[in-house]
Design a protein around this ligand. Structure first.
Ligand code: PYC
Length: 421
């Protein structure tokens, strides 16, 4: 007999235990992926994932669901390529349909200097094995017949970086799929449980007494987390708090070079299928895709001011509508149904901060994702889990260490973040 209603919950509720091997703060795609790979790859399942809201209430449920690997730096390209690879197999692995549509991704250039920028990106991508190339108006028009390619004086479409394996995925499903898989391994997920303090034993001796004192963190060792559900003991804490990364890190006494800026998006009423590519404009800072349901999802560049607001604003709606209409004027009568913001943890070089923190034993970061955290959830989770389980930093995440900011070893990824200007 066909079962009309699913009887099992996707994840169960639990009382907080008194101690865990690992406590992860933030149950978005990063926190849940870290928990999942701790369990799956390393057999570490005495893990609590804390979330102050419902699962995926932060950026995991507020992004525009774009997956791509066409980055700019030799550090970023292999990292995001690995994430794309993990996403490609994730529905099968989690036994959960994530509706990943690898429809292809185009970054449009409207000026000579943007075309040059795309050429550099294409070369770096190709050298590192990522499928991406510069294409010109004739081919662009064939791929996207609905795009206005007329020879207008303001910002004509001159070229595009075409990245065939890029696409869109059902972002909520990624959160739910990881959460369900974590639950099946016995990992506990605690929604509506906020971390309020991180406890540190400052008298704990450092592993290597000959090492110079850390300037990234107070010397010591993690001993536990205070939460709105009670105290838990743990020697390992992972900060996956995205827009709240700095407030959580302050609890551990670790200052981060991060500011929080909202990034807004909106969705239209459903339309007949007219667009089966992700379109990003490097100059207009707008990006557009059409979902399987027919809605048009459109996004803006980051808000100019720092804030924790997750509301939409009229000026940004006007900006998204204006730029969308420059590319697709036929949408002029379409209604927008919803608008929202996610809050982005922006670093100075537009690359994330991942790994352990020098000096404070047991404290780990998976933050600084700016405007492209969602697409990195699987790779960040997998390799941070390896760092936690083995104590060794995998090569893929090593460039993203916190100490790079004082070592003059920045990973300048701004050119691949068309919306972070
Ligand atoms: O990096 O692909 C991206 C992106 C799209 C929207 C925000 N960031």
């Amino acid at each position: 007999m066909i079962q009309l209603f699913r009887k099992e919950r996707m994840w169960r509720t639990h009382e907080l235990k008194r101690s865990y091997d690992v406590v992860i703060i933030g149950a978005g795609v990063h926190g849940l992926a870290t928990a999942y790979y701790l369990g799956k790859d390393h057999g570490i399942t005495n893990v609590a994932v804390l979330e102050k809201n419902y699962l995926g209430a932060g950026n995991s449920g507020r992004n525009t669901a774009i997956i791509r690997a066409n980055y700019r730096t030799p550090e970023g390209v292999p990292f995001f390529a690995r994430s794309l690879e993990l996403y490609e197999d994730l529905s099968r692995e989690l036994e959960w349909n994530l509706l990943f549509n690898q429809c292809g991704h185009l970054t449009l250039a409207h000026t000579d200097s943007s075309v040059d920028g795309l050429r550099v990106r294409a070369e770096t991508n190709q050298i590192m094995g990522v499928d991406s190339r510069v294409i010109y108006p004739e081919e662009i028009q064939k791929l996207v017949p609905a795009l206005d390619m007329s020879d207008r004086p303001r910002l004509p479409v001159m070229a595009a970086l075409y990245h065939p394996p890029g696409g869109i995925i059902r972002h909520d499903a990624v959160v739910w799929g990881y959460a369900r898989a974590c639950d099946r391994m016995g990992i506990e997920i605690h929604p509506y449980t906020e971390a309020t303090a991180i406890s540190i034993d400052s008298s704990a001796s450092r592993n290597n007494a000959n090492r110079a004192p850390s300037i990234d963190a107070p010397e010591g060792k993690i001993t536990g987390v205070e939460t709105t559900g009670g105290s838990v003991a743990t020697e390992t804490v992972v900060n996956c708090a995205a827009g709240w990364a700095t407030t959580v890190s302050r609890m551990a006494g670790v200052a981060l070079p991060i500011v929080t800026q909202p990034l807004q998006a909106c969705v239209s009423e459903p339309l007949k299928p007219f667009l089966n590519k992700v379109i990003v404009s490097a100059n207009l800072h707008v990006y557009i895709s059409q979902t399987d349901r027919g809605d048009c999802v459109m996004g803006a560049e980051v808000d100019p001011l720092q804030s924790y607001s997750m509301l939409g604003t009229l000026p940004t709606l006007e900006q998204m509508a204006t730029y969308t209409l420059e590319l697709f004027p036929q949408l002029h009568n379409v209604s927008v149904l919803r608008q929202w913001a996610g809050i982005c943890d922006m670093t100075p070089d537009f690359s994330p901060i991942i790994g352990a923190v020098d000096g404070l034993e047991g404290y780990h970061l998976d933050v600084g994702w700016g405007t492209y955290g969602f697409k990195a959830g699987p790779v960040a989770g997998k390799y941070l889990a390896e760092r936690i389980a083995t104590g060794e930093t995998p090569e893929l995440i090593e460039p993203f260490r916190l100490s790079r900011f004082r070592e003059e070893a920045l990973v300048g990824e701004k050119a691949a973040a068309a919306v972070s200007h």
